[in-house]
Design a protein around this ligand. Structure first.
Ligand code: SAJ
Length: 429
């Protein structure tokens, strides 16, 4: 392959798997990261992030000499930028890391190079922020440099599969740039590689996650309305979804993760006057942790012990970023509850409060509060639970328990209205 030198800036969840896959497909890849510890580890064939199959591919490409990690960028034909775009305290995007990454490649770029940004960014960032940085250094992005935006769409745990299989959107700052950048992905992507403008690609990426956030907000709002009107929200969702063109999402304790709970703000900041449904949806989803605590308050008095089951933002992973469970735990502590939190995937060093094992979490507890749909929580051993807990109240905010039996007090988002009848001013036991 000619013109096959690539430099990937940012060796995190997206950059590292991307660099490893390109290196395994015949590209000569230099991976760049500002963290010297990460660079040293990678050069020894050890990965710093958990992802199925990644270490194997990395060792292979290091052995065949097609990948090496460095702290500064080198000359290449293609540059891929995959650095984080965190948000500021006012929820606007902090683009400093992205700007520094672009500036870091300026000394090594040459006419004819392709620069592709994969980081999630607010709409118009390519034209309003990235393009000027490159043009100020004397290059004409209309003809010297091919500049494009290609959002990532992979799901942790399946990254190496999805990098090959998923369709990709490649938005150029002009049509030639879109084609040149798309051809880079066509060297290995099996899905469709669709060429478009940078603005459409930026907005499409954000709308994919915003679509989910808004739809989850609708399910959460339905839960609140149904609780007030004594209606089973979960039954309503499954009935409505019998319609061939309806797909109401599942309600829950809130929306977590580094995508759905963050990306909508990148749209809101650019056009708050019009982003009304998007902003309201964020508010509804952000209100869910308090709503869950309100249900706990109806169920048991404030001195009770709560066995919190699940801290990760979604099932079967250890990721706690933006997890609503953390907000709920902190809220319960501040209300005076004794919290005994357990998560089979999350380690003590990831959180500020004490973690318990399964048995200790349930011991003398008054409520089992399920906040994550881990597979481990689908079939609870009720006999053991009865021995450990003071009273078997279960509040399953993810509707994930499959073996509910009659002689436990089981609540999910379908029968919350039953809690209204319970008076917690005097303890119910
Ligand atoms: N959730 C609900 N109800 C639902 C579905 C999800 O409350 O019906 C909650 C989950 O519990 C979780 C949150 O939403 O707290 C987010 O979970 P998720 O699985 O929907 O999304 P992520 O953030 O893990 O991954 C998403 C994916 N995007 C879409 O499905 C549109 C993924 O493909 C993207 O790669 C990723 O965001 C990203 O990087 O943008």
């Amino acid at each position: 392959m000619e013109n096959n030198k690539m430099c990937v800036i940012g060796l995190g969840y997206i950059g590292l798997p991307t660099a490893a896959v390109f290196a395994n497909q015949g590209w000569q890849v230099t991976g760049v990261d500002v963290n010297s510890g990460v660079v040293d580890m990678l050069n020894k064939g050890k990965v710093h992030i958990k992802e199925i199959g990644l270490e194997k591919v990395l060792s292979k490409v290091i052995e065949k000499g097609s990948f090496s990690a460095k702290m500064v960028p080198e000359k290449a034909d293609v540059f891929i930028i995959a650095v984080p775009t965190p948000h500021n305290s006012d929820l606007t995007a902090d683009l400093n890391i992205l700007k520094n990454a672009i500036r870091s490649i300026i000394p090594v770029i040459e006419k004819g190079n392709k620069i592709i940004v994969e980081s999630t960014i607010p709409p118009r960032t390519m034209s309003d922020i990235v393009t000027p940085i490159i043009e100020e250094s004397g290059f004409d992005t209309g003809k010297d440099i091919f500049l494009a935006y290609c959002p990532e769409r992979v799901l942790p745990g399946r990254i190496l599969i999805e990098l090959f299989k998923n369709n990709r959107i490649v938005g150029g700052t002009n049509t030639l740039a879109a084609k040149e950048a798309a051809d880079v992905y066509r060297t290995f992507v099996e899905g469709k590689v669709i060429e478009t403008s940078a603005e459409s690609a930026e907005m499409a990426k954000l709308m994919e996650n915003t679509f989910r956030d808004v739809n989850i907000a609708l399910a959460n709002e339905l839960t609140k309305i149904s609780e007030a009107l004594d209606i089973n929200a979960l039954e309503v969702i499954s009935l409505a979804n019998e319609h061939p063109r309806v797909n109401i999402h599942q309600p829950g304790p809130g929306v977590g993760g580094h995508c759905l709970a963050v990306d909508p703000y990148f749209i809101i900041e650019k056009n708050p006057e019009n982003a009304k449904v998007i902003a309201e949806s964020r508010e509804v989803n952000e209100s869910m942790p308090a709503f869950v605590v309100d249900q706990v308050k109806k169920l048991v008095s404030k001195t009770s012990k709560i066995a919190v089951f699940g801290l990760a933002y979604k099932g079967n992973i250890d990721d706690i970023r933006e997890s609503p469970a953390l907000k709920i735990v902190n809220h319960l502590y501040s209300e005076g509850y004794k919290v005994q939190a357990y998560d089979p995937y999350v380690k003590q060093e990831q959180v500020q409060f004490q973690l318990y094992n399964y048995e200790k979490a349930l011991r003398d507890a008054d409520v089992m509060l399920i906040l994550t749909d881990h597979n481990e929580f689908k079939n609870i051993d009720w006999e053991e639970t009865k021995c450990l807990m003071k009273q078997v109240n279960v509040l399953d905010t993810k509707n994930c328990v499959e073996n509910v039996t009659e002689n436990i007090n089981y609540y999910n988002f379908g029968n919350l209205y039953e809690l209204k009848a319970i008076k917690t001013s005097s303890p119910i036991y």
